[in-house]
Structure formats: structure tokens, C-alpha cells
Write a protein that binds this ligand. Sequence first.
Ligand code: KIV
Length: 296
Amino acid sequence: MVPALTQPGELLCEHRGEMAEAARQIRVRDLKEKKRRGEKIAMLTVYDATMARLLDRAGIDVFLVGDSLGMVIQGHETTLPVTLEAILHHTEAVTRGTKRALVVADMPFLSYQVSVPEAVRNAGRLIQGGAAAVKLEGGRPILEVVERLVDAGIPVMGHLGLLPQHVHELSGYRMQAREPREAERLIEDARMLETAGAFSLVLESIPADVAKTVTGVLSIPTIGIGAGPYCDGQVLVSYDAFGLNVDSVPPFVRQYADLGELMVEAARAYAEDVRQGKFPPLECHASTPAASDMRK
Ligand code: KIV
């Protein structure tokens, strides 16, 4: 059938509708919708308000306040020393800078493993801090926690495959689910997390074909990191993606910019100007009328 001719006003309305849709705050339900429509989900880790403002402008769908902040922000060797207070502090900062993206806060080591009531209280604090959802590592051992969080109205993102909070048990950061039995167990865990009420699932460092199977059997979206191209979305640690991480970066990371090198060059240029007396010029001094407005 030939569609009726569109009036110019209708086109304008449609365009406005698309713009409003692009600006609208993303909710957990939207991620499931994206999977249904075959639209990929772009997620990055974010740790502060400035970065949140910039990445919101870029249209990133999900901001993860990851416990990776223990490594990239705090300089630890692992994520294990990260406290609930630290995640809360960064979650509050990120939500202040976010208008559109869905903010997910990571539950750090020992904040959900000790008891179910403690897990609910701790997750609740992250939601009170502005997160729209929390992320937990693990499969069947945490199913009861997931159910209780969902019952309490707290959306849960699961995380299977390489679990950084299990680094000692796993004897390092290595690819998981390579053996058929391990892969089967992971697929079962994924189904169980979906049944327990998780709204999406991070798959970290597993073979692409296992991630493909999980993505095919679940109706909730999968978000891959080092898990190949078949997931419903992808996540990267932003410091790795932007070249800000000076330590070792996992081989699956694509570096989209070298901001680290740009910062070093900018800092060198600044130091040089200061040492040569080129900065500040006299006209920037606050006693001149033009410079009296401090923040413009
Ligand atoms: O903490 C984190 O950054 C994460 C991602 C690697 C998924 O959990």
C-alpha cells in the first residue's frame, strides 16, 4: 500500500518526537525494549559528575559506577578493597551529572554476600544515593538476594563469567566457561538470574559462542565485556576506552582516544608557560575589569 503523503507539520512533529525520545531518561524497561527491537546497548563505567555530563551528551545508554573504581581511581591492584561508602560517594557524583543515562551502581565485595537483609539495606543506600539499579556478581549463590532486592523494588543487573571479586578463587583474571561443563553451568545460572528477576546481565570474558547462546536463550539483554560481538550491548571501563589507564589494559579493549597522552602534553605546556612567566598574562588578572567575572 502506498503511504499517505505527509504534511510538513507532521514531519516536524515526528522530528520533535524523535528528539524528545532521544532526550528522555532511560529506564530499565527501555533496555528490554532495545533487545526486542534489536538495538544494541552502549554502556560505559563512569565515576564522576563531569564525565557523566560529557558521556550523557554522547548518548551513552547506561552508566556503571563500577567497583573498577578501586583500580582506576583509587590505585588498588584489585576491586576487593572498595567499600560501599566509596561506591555511594561516586554514585551521588555521577547522578548529579546525569540527565538521560540509566545509572547502575556496583555492589562491592562483602556488601551482599554476608546476609540477605544486609544486602537489601546496602543496595537501598545506593538507590537512595541516586542509582536506578544495582549490579551484583555471581549466579546461583546470590539468587535469594536478587529475588529479595527485586521484591524491594530494586532493579538488579547480574554479572557472570569472569567475576573480579573472585580473583583469588579464580587464580587471576582469566577467560571463563571454556570447558563445555563450565559453559553449561553459566547458561543455567543466566536462566536462573532471569527467573529471579534480573533485568539484564553482564557477561565478562567468556567465549563468543557461549555469550551468543546465553543471549539467545534470555529475554533480558546481555551486556558483554570481552565476550564477543553477539551480546545485546557492550560495556568498557571508560578509562581503558579513552586511553586514561596507564597500567595494563585487557586485550579485548578498543582504545577510542588517547586522552592520557593529551593530558600529559597539556600539563607539560602549562608547566612550561608557568616556568617561562608566560602564564598568566596580565590581562587575565582579577584586578582588570574584564577578568572580574571569575567563572565566565
Ligand atoms: O566494575 C566494573 O567496571 C565492571 C565492568 C567491568 C563490567 O564490573
